[in-house]
Design a protein around this ligand. Structure first.
Ligand code: TNX
Length: 546
């Protein structure tokens, strides 16, 4: 009997011992902060009784506090109380009145009495929270967490930190889009570029033009295997489609905004419009009939720019897009638009004559016709208080006066645009196209072919070209990676392609270049890996081998 009794006591002691296990946090986070000073002393212990305090009446910080409580619960199981009642110790105190000229800056201070996260705004506070949560090992279940005393002061290098997702070639669930946004928040990314339409599918409800989704959101079948390498091409014979209602899109906008992420919608025009033209054939030069794209690549059928109806419809679409997406920028595409139909189209040619557009040494009259289209759309969107972004092809034939250029065909377009005093976002296909494979190992998933983009290559990208003057460099507002989805048949696969390349991206976007060190980055990445494992993300594991 006494033996059983002592065994019971032993088990109880062991159990209580377990519940007081303490995990020591480190600050090896991604992206690496600008300044980090560890100090002497015991540090702060996050335990069950620790409270998270936000300023009374501050709804944004209250929400931030709730996020922090969720993050800590996820990592440790500790359910901390969120309150607006101040107390002297055993607290994590949030504020957003740090005097600093970059609104996204924060200071995170840890001493034995308390943790203070002071943002220069609510978003700055949120990034301080991200640093804190990434410092806590994600597998700290049932443990208290010892945060060593520290002073971290941090601010991003670039104001525009983006991640794109193409939902036209393949589409994903609302939940997956939220999961993608969660990943962006984890990486201090503040812009979600949402590619909503393309030749292979129109994916956003437009009430004034219902056929866009009724007809344009479904393709009759999808290519099997790799485009152009499979000869003859094979198809799966299965209709593929889907779209987001305006209500769902608004839900995404709110979900992102809660995490200080702005959604930039893209309606790609005047090329990549086959799905829309299938729904409304009068938009094309030949009048159709057209068929939603079933292969990848570039299609000759593009919007007819000689037809006023095209602009009437584009304006109708953009009016609804502006209504759904409140952000400053609307992306109007402009990439990969062949001119063959315009060359043969009487209406387009009449427009060219009417506008007096002429070939010159660099550009054809048709290049200038595209430029006319982009400029006209810009004017329309400016009248609604918005600004436009376009792919670097919009440089050809004359830039729309205020347009921001996304440089995807390398960095040359970005350099040219910066010299013209236009804002630039660097998205070079050579380094930041996450639809390209990590390597050429035959066991890798089927992806687009052409070149490989190993993690180290992403990490090595420097967004500010040395040849630009400091003044020209100031036009480069940020960096983004693109996730095109021709071969991305599931969200799982998207996760694999972006993780952990998104980690490398976030250090390019946020951290100062002199802090970059690939080996040290790989070390920091092991903490993220713990998080990905616990959260159930699919990621490329080969980067952890050797
Ligand atoms: C080029 S980048 C495209 C996309 C493709 C992508 C594949 C850009 C503006 N256009 O339509 O999906 O390459 O990597």
């Amino acid at each position: 009997m006494s033996k059983i009794f002592s065994l019971l006591i032993g088990i109880l002691l062991l159990a209580s011992g377990c519940s007081h296990k303490t995990v020591v946090a480190d600050y090896n986070v991604i992206p690496i902060p600008q300044n980090l000073r560890l100090s002497e002393g015991d540090g702060f212990k996050i335990r069950k009784s620790t409270k998270i305090v936000y300023p009374a009446g501050d709804e944004l910080l209250q929400r931030n506090a709730d996020f922090l409580a969720d993050y800590i619960a996820f990592a440790t199981g500790l359910e901390l109380t969120v309150t607006d009642q101040e107390q002297a110790n055993n607290v994590i105190v949030l504020s957003s009145d740090l005097p600093y000229d970059n609104a996204e800056a924060y200071v995170l201070e840890v001493d034995p009495e308390k943790v203070t996260i002071s943002g220069a705004s609510a978003s700055g506070n949120f990034y301080g929270i991200q640093t804190l949560r990434k410092s806590i090992p994600a597998d700290s279940d049932g443990a208290n967490v010892l945060l060593p005393s520290v002073n971290i002061s941090d601010a991003p290098r670039f104001g525009y930190r983006g991640m794109m997702l193409d939902i036209a070639r393949h589409t994903f669930s609302l939940d997956f889009i939220k999961k993608y946004i969660d990943l962006m928040a984890l990486h201090n990314i503040n812009t979600f570029h949402w590619h909503l339409s393309d030749d292979q599918g129109w994916r956003i409800e437009i009430k004034g033009y219902p056929l866009l989704t009724e007809k344009g959101s479904t393709r009759k079948e999808t290519l099997i295997g790799r485009y152009k390498e499979e000869n003859p091409a094979r198809y799966d014979g299965t209709p593929y489609g889907g779209y987001f209602t305006q209500e769902e899109a608004r839900e995404i906008v709110r979900y992102a905004a809660d995490r200080y992420i702005t959604v930039i919608p893209e309606i790609d025009l005047p090329g990549h419009m086959l799905a829309a033209m299938t729904a409304y054939p009068e938009l094309g030069c030949t009048g159709g009939p057209y068929e939603v794209g079933t292969t990848w690549g570039v299609f000759d059928d593009v919007l007819c720019l000689g037809n006023e109806k095209t602009f009437e419809m584009l304006e109708g679409i953009m009016t609804e897009i502006c209504d759904i997406f409140p952000g400053e920028y609307i992306h109007i595409g402009g990439d990969e638009c062949p001119r063959v139909r315009w060359e043969a189209c009487p209406k387009c040619q009449a427009r060219i004559r009417q506008l007096g557009l002429k070939d010159d040494a660099q550009h054809t009259a048709e290049d200038k016709l595209q430029s006319y289209c982009m400029t006209r759309m810009e004017k329309f969107l400016n009248s609604k208080g918005r600004r436009v972004i376009g792919w670097d092809e919009i440089l050809e034939g004359g830039l729309a006066p205020e347009a921001t250029v996304m440089s995807w065909r390398g960095i040359v377009g970005g350099i040219a645009a910066a010299k013209l005093h236009h804002q630039v976002i660097m998205v070079p296909g050579s380094h930041l196209y996450f639809d390209y494979p990590y390597n050429d190992d035959p066991s890798e998933p089927l992806t687009i072919s052409g070149h490989t983009i190993p993690l180290e290559k992403v990490y090595a990208f420097e967004p500010l070209p040395a040849e630009l003057t400091p003044e020209q460099k100031s036009y480069i507002i940020g960096v983004q990676a693109n996730m095109w989805t021709e071969y991305m048949t599931s969200g799982d696969l998207v996760e694999y392609m972006v993780l952990p390349r998104m980690d490398a991206l976030s250090e390019i976007q946020w951290s100062q270049p002199e802090k970059k060190d690939y080996q040290a980055f790989l070390q920091r990445l092991t903490n993220m890996r713990t998080y990905y494992d616990k959260a159930g993300y699919n990621y490329a594991k080969h980067v952890f081998e050797n």
